[in-house]
Write a protein that binds this ligand. Structure first.
Ligand code: NCD
Length: 318
């Protein structure tokens, strides 16, 4: 696919020629499209830093439909949409007619009929955003579906890693934690390997099954093997809400064997950055001092989340 030019920040127009109506996962994006998205996010970040407000979504209505808890993703989508001049409406699904028996499809169709052009959907069921594209005519942005995908998280992680490491091709990234239940890990696996990076997955055997056949991915159970010489490390939250026990005797045991500490990070390449999508459980996945250390890019991930969501909202509306 031919990459079209990144829009001029002075054109005042939304970016032309984006071929995807929805953003359900990153697996459908070409490398050129990913690069275009990251470049546009970097441009959005610079515009925001300069205090400029590109009104590319003026007249658009963006609906936030979060059927699962969220802090970073929800707030950053809201700020991103508002920063582009869109009107933002919140649909707290728990408080909507879904609780009166209305289907999710009917609720989303109602949003479309009231004029919501883009629906940002988070849902506990894997695949819900795919169903949504068949139920209503609005653009659908997946803000995390079950254990399946979290495309904007993977894009903001890629931007954060690119800022820290430059080109990701030839780099090795360790992802440590509850891989099996992680939509963040799945989208990152697609994106990092597409960009030419290798991924080492690490966690208890029950938490890392089913990934050995992915190209560019290796599976480890000893943290020392996974961290040895890697260029970056991503810790994941233990998804207690999706996990009926099992895999490890206790969270304390998990922390003892797979929790990241400054000492353990010393196994990685000197200065290798640490990422975590948040929310963090300090003392389980990582220590508080590591989260606050100079290696930690957790704050940059949050900041980049706004820029990446500005970029994808603009691209979809093009
Ligand atoms: C992630 C999510 O909700 O999937 N958080 C996020 O979006 N920043 C990861 C998690 O909840 O562990």
């Amino acid at each position: 696919m031919v990459q079209t030019a990144i829009p001029s920040t002075t054109s005042g127009a939304a970016t032309p020629g984006w071929p995807h109506r929805h953003l359900l996962d990153v697996d459908v994006l070409t490398v050129d499209e990913v690069v275009r998205c990251l470049d546009l996010a970097a441009e959005m970040r610079a515009l925001r830093a300069a205090g400029e407000r590109p009104d590319w979504l003026a007249g658009e209505v963006v609906g936030l439909a979060f059927a699962e808890p969220s802090t970073r993703t929800r707030v950053s989508f809201e700020i991103a949409a508002a920063a582009l001049g869109a009107q933002v409406v919140e649909l707290p699904i728990e408080a909507s007619s879904v609780t009166k028996g209305e289907s999710l499809a009917d609720t989303l169709r109602t949003m479309e009929l009231t004029g919501v052009g883009t629906i940002v959907l988070r849902h506990a069921s894997s695949g819900a955003p795919y169903l949504a594209t068949r139920s209503c005519g609005s653009r659908i942005m997946n803000a995390g579906d079950g254990t399946h995908a979290h495309p904007t998280q993977a894009l903001l992680d890629a931007l954060t890693l690119r800022d820290a490491l430059g080109e990701l091709s030839g780099r090795t990234v360790a992802i440590v934690g509850d891989i099996g239940h992680s939509r963040v890990a799945r989208s990152n696996l697609h994106l990092l390997t597409a960009l030419g990076a290798s991924v080492r997955l690490c966690g208890p055997p029950d938490w890392t099954g089913g990934f050995r056949t992915w190209r560019g991915v290796s599976v480890h159970h000893r943290l020392e093997d996974a961290l040895d010489g890697v260029d970056a490390v991503m810790a994941l939250r233990v998804q207690l809400e999706r996990r009926a026990g099992g895999g490890v005797p206790s969270l304390r045991e998990y922390g003892r064997r797979w929790g990241l500490t400054e000492d353990r990070m010393a196994l990685a390449r000197p200065g290798a950055p640490l990422l975590h999508p948040g929310p963090t459980n300090e003392g389980v996945e990582l220590t508080a001092s590591l989260a606050a250390s100079s290696r930690s890019l957790i704050g940059s991930q949050v900041e980049n989340g706004v820029a990446v969501r500005m970029a994808v909202l603009s691209l979809l509306a093009a």
